[in-house]
Write a protein that binds this ligand. Structure first.
Ligand SMILES: [Fe+2]
Ligand SMILES: [Fe+2]
Length: 284
């Protein structure tokens, strides 16, 4: 039965380049004409798959808000678009604009439906290896151990930081720009912050392979949920769908994940997570 009122929904890690996940993307539909959808990165690797998925969703949902994951930023050999790093990101932003999809480069749209008004801030902040464990280990040592353990993120081979000399420097620039945008936001209007990587390291403690944490975020954002007090923080990347609370702020990991993962665990929260109205508000 169709809903009368819209919801602010979220999903990430659609990985639409995989046939079984493509079918999942094809099944994603709003329940109300006014539903919005946050897509928090890892839509696909090839730019044509990213375009296919975002076009489909933009046609169905009243508004789609996207922020990149590491997979969109890869430059796979089989992609006709061979742009790297920042140029690839800018290409994807333009692609989104053609589709009417909101990006981290646009003004924050305001959700006026149930649970609103709340501004939705898609953020793109990357990672800088500071979530490595133990933290006292150098980045070099930490990477060496990851190679020894065979737990190396494919980003090392396919995600290029051009024109920045390193991912850390690209990350630092993204964090500075994002922090400026968030600080400029009128604090009288609540925020939902949505990025691909978790803002703080705590969620990475649930990773099956702790070596992977170094590719999962930056300590530079670890206090943003306290400083900006968002209504909720949406993220993905870990492929561990769940809800956790940090300093009283709700964090929603909204990954769909790979077929081998969802075949094992199912979709414990459904395919699309309701962000607003918050379930605790009793208006769902
Ligand atoms: Fe992913
Ligand atoms: Fe990811």
């Amino acid at each position: 039965m169709a809903r009368a009122h819209g919801r602010l929904l979220a999903a990430s890690d659609l990985h639409a380049g995989m046939a079984d996940n493509r079918r999942i993307v094809e099944s994603l539909r709003p329940e109300a004409a006014a539903d919005w959808l946050i897509v928090a990165g890892d839509v696909a690797e090839r730019s044509d798959d990213v375009a296919w998925a975002l076009r489909l969703l933009a046609e169905r949902f009243e508004r789609v808000i996207w922020t990149p994951g590491n997979h969109e930023l890869w430059t796979p050999r089989e992609d006709p678009v061979q742009l790297r790093g920042e140029a690839r990101y800018r290409f994807l932003v333009e692609l989104c604009r053609d589709l009417g999809v909101v990006t981290p480069e646009d003004p924050f749209p305001t959700w006026q439906g149930p649970g609103g008004p709340v501004a939705v801030a898609p953020i793109f902040t990357l990672y800088d290896y500071t979530f490595r464990r133990p933290r006292s280990m150098s980045k070099k040592q930490s990477l060496e151990l990851a190679y020894e353990a065979g737990v190396v993120c494919t980003d090392e081979f396919l995600l290029h930081p051009d024109p920045y000399p390193s991912i850390e420097e690209w990350c630092s620039a993204r964090v500075a720009e994002t922090e400026r945008r968030l600080a400029e936001h009128d604090p009288a209007v609540s925020l939902v912050v949505a990025g691909h990587w978790p803002l703080l390291p705590d969620p990475t403690k649930a990773l099956w392979r702790p070596q992977f944490a170094q590719w999962c975020g930056t300590e530079l954002t670890a206090r943003w949920h306290v400083r900006f007090r968002p209504e909720a923080v949406v993220y993905g990347h870990l492929h561990i769908p769940r809800t956790t609370w940090h300093d009283g702020v709700r964090f929603e990991e909204v990954s769909i994940g790979y077929p081998r993962e969802w075949r094992r665990r199912g979709h414990p929260f459904g395919l699309l997570r309701q962000i607003l109205p918050s379930a605790g508000a009793g208006a769902a």
